[in-house]
Write a protein that binds this ligand. Structure first.
Ligand code: IVH
Length: 680
């Protein structure tokens, strides 16, 4: 079932079609734990259906999936009737929709309203029943009226207490706790790593693997998976204390020993809710679990009562969703690109989709084994994921949409750029073009040389390098310094000024420190740290050339693998030709790598979070490292200080507070860099 295109113009037919599509996808998601489309694509279908039903009230139906919750429970499990219906949530996708929700409420209630804001955990809703403080039953949501009995499975989840930590007086006779069961990201990655090793099927995302792990006939399988739980709502209740606010009921659950997410905040108005959501959208990847938005709940329980419910959701709560990070799209082709070291990397050419805040048309497929494991084929509909700064990735195919007769993709035998055979060594996952003359490798090597990571020549990006290689102006990086104005003038996009700028940038790059030059040369295994170490220890490229592998390996920060690779590279005649060109052009071959700075942060560990005004994150971390310190990405007991910029990571901030680690503003950070001391 793939068609989500309008059928003709008949609204009744389209509504019918949409209802069938949404029901189909409900079944895939809630019953089979194997959705075919992304949440965003699903939300778009529901939205279209709701809009059509609003525009054509004569087509309304109480059985429409806009009026119902989840999907009927699976007969694999015993039915578990809910004492109170388990509802869903209405969604908002913009600030305007959030404000419209507020306006609708204002028509029903009056007086002060505050909003309990919670993270919207991407897992599956579970109801847990405690009777006289003892765990007696757990159920999935099912269709909201009847769930699936998963008591034995949920009992294996370590964070869920068997007994509530309440004294007899405050313990309700019946307490139904609702919350989200989820798989931590670290556990998901580990599970997929194990699945891959065993040649098994990969889970598409933590939500599916949590649902798949829970909804097992054999609870031993559930027990073998690391699952966790956040409690976020009271359900049915007999006895126990009375609450005036939702936030008080969460405090009670926390006291009772249930895991309640620490990031709940009660806020005074929707502007603050908007800011809360914006901050979490920025920091969602700092967490070890996935969230797909925030849930806003009216905190006053008397207001909640007045507001009541629609057929499928409370009027007093709203899911304010983040823009999607996963979308489905067509895989147009799989191609192979050749990197600077000859590595052949398969990548997907996609029908462009807006995902993770940008339009994605290309996505990496890493290597031959990954393509085989994911079994994606040109012509497939695939799920694409772009999360935060991470490069876009193809998650997997939507098998039910696969056209008949689609053939598996085969890794090419020959290099797409030079036509020579590709080679893959036994036991390695990467495939290489070993032809040193390969034009694609040449372009990549020269472009890397000129890139910001290398000699930082502004105006000499991959496109221009490709053009210059095609025109025969560049054969290797050394030729950059032989470029003159004449052949460039008259090329498209090359006026006098731009040629002068380019030649100026090339001239300026001659003065880069030796460590940059080493990085620019594309020596396998040699990165920033090794380059700085070599430049510092040996002080001149000629001394590095003259050194034996043993002498190179003796340099602190350079192991035998890097040493062997550097030695081999510098011994190759083709590379010596490049170096001779650089020397003749007057490129700096001398160290020390960086002006020597006092090592006043040696042995210290400083974490940077949020945006600083005077430094980019990389620059701040480089400044710490240049002074002998460490700049890790997370806070631990060993952290000396945490530098807080604008919009810092909430988990880093709370960890620093919990562990009593000093936090520094930008001025204090500058002081620390200068003196190595924390401001008193
Ligand atoms: S409250 C009647 N709070 O989102 C209110 N739900 O899209 C019931 N969810 O079915 C839900 N985090 O599975 C609530 N902090 C949170 C939540 C949350 C995730 C899930 C839940 C719900 C779905 C609706």
């Amino acid at each position: 079932m793939t068609s989500d295109q309008p059928v003709g113009t008949d609204p009744a037919a389209r509504v019918d079609e949409l209802r069938r599509l949404v029901e189909h996808h409900n079944h895939r998601y809630h019953v089979l734990d194997d959705p075919e489309i992304s949440d965003a694509d699903y939300d778009a279908l529901v939205r279209e259906l709701r809009d059509m039903e609003d525009a054509h009230p004569e087509l309304a139906s109480t059985t429409s999936p806009t009026q119902t919750v989840g999907a009927p429970p699976s007969p694999l499990f015993a039915p578990a009737p809910h004492r109170l219906p388990m509802m869903s949530l209405d969604n908002a996708f913009s600030f305007e929709e959030l404000v419209a929700w507020g306006k609708r409420m204002e028509r029903i209630i009056s007086g002060e309203v505050t909003f309990a804001c919670e993270l919207k955990i991407d897992g599956l809703a579970i109801s847990i029943l405690y009777e006289n403080g003892r765990y007696t039953r757990a159920a999935t949501r099912g269709d909201g009226v009847t769930g699936e009995d998963v008591t034995a499975n949920v009992a294996t989840v370590g964070v869920i207490p068997e007994r509530l930590d309440l004294d007899r007086r405050s313990c309700p006779a019946v307490l139904e706790v609702r919350g989200e069961l989820y798989m931590p990201l670290s556990a998901f990655e580990e599970l997929n790593r194990r699945q891959a090793e065993a040649g098994g099927r990969l889970f598409a995302n933590p939500r599916n693997s949590a649902a798949g792990s829970l909804r097992q006939k054999d609870p031993k399988i559930t027990a073998s998976r690391e699952l966790s739980f956040w409690a976020y709502q009271l359900g049915a209740r007999e006895g126990g204390p009375r609450f005036a606010r939702h936030s008080e009921s969460l405090d009670f659950l926390r006291q009772a020993g249930l895991p309640v997410n620490p990031e709940v905040k009660v806020l005074a108005n929707l502007d603050e809710v908007f800011a809360f959501s914006g901050a979490w959208e920025q920091h969602r990847h700092d967490l070890d679990y996935e969230i797909d938005g925030v849930v806003v709940k009216v905190d006053e329980l008397h207001h909640q009562q007045e507001l009541g419910f629609t057929a499928r959701a409370p009027r007093w709560a709203l899911a304010y969703k983040f823009p999607p990070e996963e979308r489905s799209t067509k895989l147009l082709d799989i191609m192979v690109s050749i990197g600077k070291s000859g590595k052949a990397t398969p990548f997907a050419k996609l029908e462009p989709v807006l995902v993770g805040g940008s339009t994605v048309g290309l996505a990496t497929l890493h290597n031959e084994d990954q393509v085989a494991l994911k079994d994606v084929r040109p012509g497939d509909t695939v799920m694409v994921r772009k999360a935060g700064d991470v490069i876009p990735e193809v998650v997997g195919p939507v098998l039910s949409s696969r056209p008949k007769g689609l053939r598996a993709w085969r890794f090419p035998d020959t290099c797409p750029a030079c036509g020579r055979p590709l080679s893959r060594l036994e036991g390695e996952s990467d495939t290489f073009c070993t032809n040193a003359e390969c034009p694609a490798q040449r372009v990549q090597r020269i472009a890397h040389f000129a890139s910001r990571a290398g000699m930082d020549i502004e105006g000499l990006g991959e496109q221009r390098v490709t053009l210059f290689v095609e025109l025969g102006l560049l054969e290797d990086a050394g030729d950059i310094y032989g470029l003159t104005a004449e052949p460039l003038l008259g090329l498209e996009g090359f006026g006098h000024q731009s040629v002068a700028n380019l030649l100026g940038a090339i001239e300026e790059s001659k003065r880069r420190p030796l460590d940059r030059l080493l990085v620019a040369l594309s020596i396998r295994h040699l990165g920033d740290t090794g380059s700085v170490a070599l430049a510092r220890a040996l002080g001149h490229l000629d001394r590095i050339i003259a050194a034996s592998p043993e002498e190179l390996a003796a340099v602190d920060g350079v192991g035998p693998k890097i040493a062997a690779s550097v030695h081999q590279f510098l011994a190759l005649p083709a590379n010596r030709v490049v170096i001779d060109k650089l020397r003749a052009a007057g490129v700096n071959l001398e160290g020390p790598a960086t002006p020597s700075v006092p090592q006043n942060l040696a042995g210290q560990s400083v974490v940077v979070t949020g945006t600083l005004e005077g430094w980019s994150r990389e620059e701040a971390e480089a400044a710490i490292k240049a002074r002998g310190g460490k700049a890790p990405g997370s806070v631990s007991k060993r952290t000396t200080a945490v530098v807080l910029g604008e919009a810092p990571g909430a988990s880093k901030l709370s960890q620093a507070q919990e562990l009593g680690i000093p936090t520094l503003d930008e001025a204090a950070f500058a002081h620390l860099l200068e003196t190595g001391e924390l401001p008193s």
